[in-house]
Ligand binder design. Structure first.
Ligand SMILES: [Zn+2]
Length: 196
């Protein structure tokens, strides 16, 4: 038996009840953590969505959904590997990015796969942690209300953002063309504290 098509996999995980907006109960438990939209092909484990590169723009129907997911880099991954007797049926196939495919456990017990999934950090979790760590690395505690509010005011409108980007350009430099996150946050700290 061949690996199921993307259409069959999506039908099983998304449209089992025949209704477009109803995710079946298994999907609800394991997939909605990354709040997946049918029109946005997304890794079911980490939430990678390639900055919307494969998203459908505007209105769409089921056919467009199949097409978008199939043409994304998402891989069809066995929950129980076929080499260990896992079947080529949609219920044993999960759509994931390459990194998650490589990382996911390959055992004869599907429960191990699902506990990995339950504890898997999403891309947003990881990015959020990185941002907080960058602020902490410069001794900025953004849990303090006045600090949080002054940072917020920098990004509030197009004009305030533009002012900050001009400041960034004048006052920072890059290593080999890459602006480090600490450079940006450091500039932000200078900018907020500069005498106006
Ligand atoms: Zn992933």
């Amino acid at each position: 038996m061949k690996i199921p098509t993307y259409k069959k996999i999506l039908d099983y995980w998304f449209f089992k009840n025949g209704k477009i907006n109803k995710i079946n109960s298994i999907t609800k438990k394991y997939i909605t953590k990354s709040s997946i939209d049918y029109g946005e092909p997304t890794c079911w484990a980490c939430g990678e969505h390639w900055n919307g590169k494969y998203d459908i723009s505007g209105e769409y129907n089921k056919k467009d959904i199949y097409k978008a997911w199939q043409s994304s880099p998402l891989e069809r991954c066995h929950i129980i590997p076929d080499s260990l007797g896992g079947l080529n049926v949609p219920s044993n196939i999960f759509l994931m990015c390459k990194d998650c495919h490589v990382e996911s456990p390959d055992t004869i017990y599907s429960g191990i796969f699902f506990s990995w999934l339950d504890n898997k950090k999403t891309i947003l979790d990881i990015r959020y942690k990185m941002i907080i760590e960058t602020f902490n690395g410069l001794g900025i505690d953004i849990s303090k209300k006045h600090i949080y509010e002054s940072i917020n005011s920098v990004f509030k409108t197009k004009k305030t953002r533009k002012n900050f980007y001009c400041f960034l350009e004048k006052n920072t430099s890059s290593h080999f063309g890459v602006i480090s996150p600490f450079t940006i946050i450091g500039a932000l700290q200078l900018y907020i504290n500069k005498p106006s």
